[in-house]
Design a protein. Structure first.
Length: 178
């Protein structure tokens, strides 16, 4: 595999990377573009705070975390899926969905939504934990609600362990001034 040409830091490239992170894209996918530095280079900017990049990167990740929370809420709040009348088969032909197939389609769509929320929840939890103001107790599950706590200092010790549940509500609680 040929080595990629080195991309120099510019304010424009840094702003592009941060903007794409805020839109929800992964740094991995952004760094695959030829006009963007490698993943390793960007991580080095963050670690060494080169070009005063670390604070802006953290802010972009916080914005991304809020986006993920909104996405979970939107998915959970969406109306029940309605199966289409016709679908494409493996040959690309449109065929009608029969009653049993329609039920399977709805079940598959519900499972897809659940998987999407679980994946976003996992990523949001990891992101909150890596932000240096959170730890593993910063994600609280209370009934069917997830609270993501933003602590500027170490949070109080929690006596309860998290439990797997179906999410109906997600709150972002900023307790930095508490």
């Amino acid at each position: 595999m040929p080595r990629r040409k080195t991309v120099k830091h510019t304010k424009k490239i840094a702003e592009y990377i941060l903007g794409e992170i805020e839109k929800g894209r992964s740094l991995t996918s952004i760094c695959k573009e030829e006009t963007v530095p490698s993943y390793r280079a960007v991580q080095q900017w963050v670690r060494d705070d080169k070009y005063d990049f670390a604070a802006a990167y953290k802010q972009a990740r916080e914005t991304q975390l809020n986006l993920f929370i909104d996405q979970m809420h939107d998915i959970a709040d969406a109306p029940p899926p309605v199966p289409p009348e016709f679908v494409k088969n493996e040959k690309g032909e449109m065929i009608p969905l029969k009653d049993m197939d329609r039920k399977l389609w709805v079940n598959a769509e519900v499972q897809r939504r659940r998987l999407k929320i679980d994946t976003i929840k996992f990523i949001a939890g990891k992101l909150a934990g890596v932000m240096n103001y959170n730890n593993d107790k910063a994600i609280q599950v209370v009934g069917d609600t997830i609270n993501i706590l933003n602590y500027a200092v170490a949070p109080p010790e929690s006596k309860e362990d998290p439990v797997d549940i179906q999410v109906n509500e997600v709150n972002y609680i900023d307790v930095t001034n508490s």
